[in-house]
Design a protein around this ligand. Structure first.
Ligand SMILES: CC(C)(COP(=O)(O)OP(=O)(O)OC[C@H]1O[C@@H](n2cnc3c(N)ncnc32)[C@H](O)[C@@H]1OP(=O)(O)O)[C@@H](O)C(=O)NCCC(=O)NCCS
Length: 159
């Protein structure tokens, strides 16, 4: 898909139905429910990839901020199977990095299934590195690789 065929923008509560449907095509376990999406849209950062022609949501990502911390966590990210391998996943990661940098975040963290080769490659290409491993992290007993990336942080103040 060409990057002019879609836009990346903040999610609204009107997107919840589409997000729930997309989520079920993306994950077999640990899916976000309707209630989760409603909460996250109101209390965290949720961005969606929307086609220009039909306003269909073909991707999304969720970023969480911890209180009193410069760390942020990529909680979820996914692209509809029919539009993968066209650079949308990379655009989502770049958008989250930009949001995190603007919020003066210095470290981005995430968990990814140890058998999710596509996602691990995507994050590695962006400079994320493994710093830990959690056995049985997911609802189905699957294991998670913990990854993180340091962000440059805000430029020094000039007087
Ligand atoms: C992981 C995931 C988000 C990647 O999304 P994506 O949109 O396919 O990612 P991209 O298109 O940016 O990159 C994927 C590959 O396509 C390649 N690509 C990008 N644009 C391309 C283009 N125009 N033509 C051909 N290939 C292209 C990239 O170089 C990359 O190749 P690589 O894997 O060999 O490095 C997607 O597979 C997904 O949603 N998986 C299910 C949900 C999931 O696992 N989420 C992660 C949870 S932590």
């Amino acid at each position: 898909m060409n990057s002019t065929d879609y836009s990346i923008e903040p999610a609204t509560l009107a997107d919840v139905n589409q997000l729930v449907v997309l989520e079920q095509t993306l994950f077999l376990t640990d899916c976000c429910s309707r209630k989760n999406f409603r909460y996250l849209i109101q209390h965290a950062t949720v961005i969606v990839v929307r086609t220009e022609k039909t306003s269909t949501i073909i991707g999304y990502a969720i970023l969480l901020k911890r209180k009193n911390s410069r760390k942020m966590r990529i909680y979820s990210l996914g692209v509809a199977p029919s539009t993968r391998n066209t650079g949308i996943g990379a655009k989502l990661v770049a958008a989250l990095e930009a949001i995190a940098s603007k919020a003066t975040c210095t470290t981005l963290t995430l968990e990814v299934s140890d058998n999710n080769k596509d996602a691990i490659r995507l994050y590695t290409n962006f400079g994320f590195e493994q710093y830990g491993f959690r056995y049985g992290y997911y609802e189905d007993g699957g294991h998670a690789i913990l990854m993180r990336k340091n962000l440059p942080g805000p430029p020094p103040q000039t007087s």
